[in-house]
Design a protein around this ligand. Sequence first.
Ligand code: DAH
Length: 373
Amino acid sequence: MDCRSRLRSRSAVTLPTGRNEAAAAAAQATSAAQAVTIESFLAELAAFQTAASESLGGVSDGSGLEQARIEFLGARSGRLKAIQKLLSGLASADRPAGGRHFNEAKGAVTALFAALQDKLAVVGAGSAAVADAIDVTLPGELVRLGHVHPITQTIRRVQEIMARLGFESVDGPEVEDQWHNFEALAIPAEHPARDPLDNFYLAVARGTDPLLLRSQTSTVQIRVMENRRPPLRIVSLGRVYRPDTADATHYPMFHQVEGLLIEPGTTMAHLKSVLRQLASSFLGGDVHVRFRPSFFPFTEPSVEFDMEWGGRWIEMGGAGMVDPAVLAAVGYDPDEVSGFAFGLGVERIAARRYGVADIRDFYRNDVRFLRQF
Ligand code: DAH
């Protein structure tokens, strides 16, 4: 494909064969000038002008205009260029007239291009303005709203239920000292729960009292009791950390609900009815709670409690009457005050409520999973 036919193939204009041939012949008249009569030269010019104005008549956008410009006025192999080369083939007496006609034709066609270019620019700007305008009749674009993570939803729901029972939500630090995580909760130095393999101790030098990521929210009981006097009803929900291998029911970071009530005349019956209220409100319906004897260093007696849900008893957490040693550690008089405490896993109750089989799904950050809640 030679240069000219390539240009033509991009142009919408098809030229009558005769003119094509003449133009091709003109293009070939490069170095060796051939004899050209003034009549045929003027005919070429006229044909050029007619073809250019016909071609421009069919142009409707900038790229069409550019194609036509290359075909007719292109500096390298435009048709006008080919005609210019014919000038040198004219008899010298005809050349001034030939040159004048050439310049006129060139000026006329160039002006046509310029006018069309201006016109297209105005139309283009107009259509851009239209495109920018807001079409109020179009349906709106649906914005996908994010929402609260199921664990946070669970935390808020529990806080709300407990608030109705008079329990105030409080927070505590996630980086704890030995006193609040163990000592004050009657977990002495030699207790296996303090084993470095069961806790995330921090490598920050702090003498003989290293810090750790709290392993339970029971720490908050101590922090609150140290700063306030009874009566107390608090609930604390937050993260705890244990070096467990992640599986369907374990994760090295999880959340706990901690409840504490210190009031005169508190009994295990109060504890059980609060837990039953929490279970019924959270899971819906009349949920039964049962106690099984257990042991925790900071409660006496201690129980583990289960909830009956979907025809099955499900282990929920630990609870008991606050051990007198704990009350004494925070400066309360165990002969005067008593209370109960309980703790349970947020992931566990969220998994029950939402029917999630693997708690790791809560942390995979897969929006397809999270969107369901
Ligand atoms: N802190 C205990 C744990 O992490 C749970 C617990 C048991 C909390 C008994 C309590 C309680 O407040 O009374 O396993």
